[in-house]
Design a protein around this ligand. Structure first.
Ligand SMILES: Cc1cc2nc3c(=O)[nH]c(=O)nc-3n(C[C@H](O)[C@H](O)[C@H](O)COP(=O)(O)OP(=O)(O)OC[C@H]3O[C@@H](n4cnc5c(N)ncnc54)[C@H](O)[C@@H]3O)c2cc1C
Length: 116
């Protein structure tokens, strides 16, 4: 990939997954990298979607969930193990939602412990 322009950004040169290059005329560029979940180490531990994001709540229910009750909203396929933030499947991928889910997790773990 390359950025091209004379004094300011005018185009970016992109190489696609198949190796072909294209040039797009743009005047701004937002770099959005770092969205890979990196959960390989959890394979076989908690249920994940096909991209590696961790399933929670009702999404986790049909993937080895062992209890009669439904999983709590942030609960993974393992009872009492919760997930918050970007790594959760279908999460919003924003700071505010990650922080909010973290605070939800505290409340939900108290609920889990009260019912255990
Ligand atoms: C380029 C970019 C721009 C963005 N801009 C915005 C924006 O403008 N506004 C906004 O609201 N959101 C933005 N986001 C999204 C925002 O950064 C995320 O939604 C937020 O950081 C998610 O928080 P998190 O705690 O879930 O995950 P992260 O912030 O990714 O934190 C996860 C942490 O876990 C660590 N980790 C990973 N694996 C392990 C392991 N095995 N052991 C120990 N630690 C581990 C990582 O190193 C990382 O520090 C942007 C994201 C990117 C990539």
């Amino acid at each position: 990939m390359a950025a091209e322009g004379d004094g300011h950004l005018e185009a970016i040169r992109i190489r696609g997954p198949d190796g072909t290059e294209s040039v797009e005329n743009v005047d701004a560029c937002f770099v959005f990298i770092g969205a890979v979940p990196r959960t390989d180490w959890l394979a076989g531990v908690v249920a994940r979607d096909d991209r590696g994001f961790i399933l929670a709540g009702l999404d986790a229910k049909n993937d080895g969930w062992p209890l009669q009750r439904d999983p709590f909203p942030l609960e993974t396929s393992v009872p009492g193990v919760l997930v918050a933030g970007d790594v959760r499947a279908r999460s919003i991928k924003r700071v505010a939602s990650a922080v909010g889910e973290g605070s939800m997790a505290v409340s939900l773990i108290h609920q889990y412990l009260a019912e255990a």
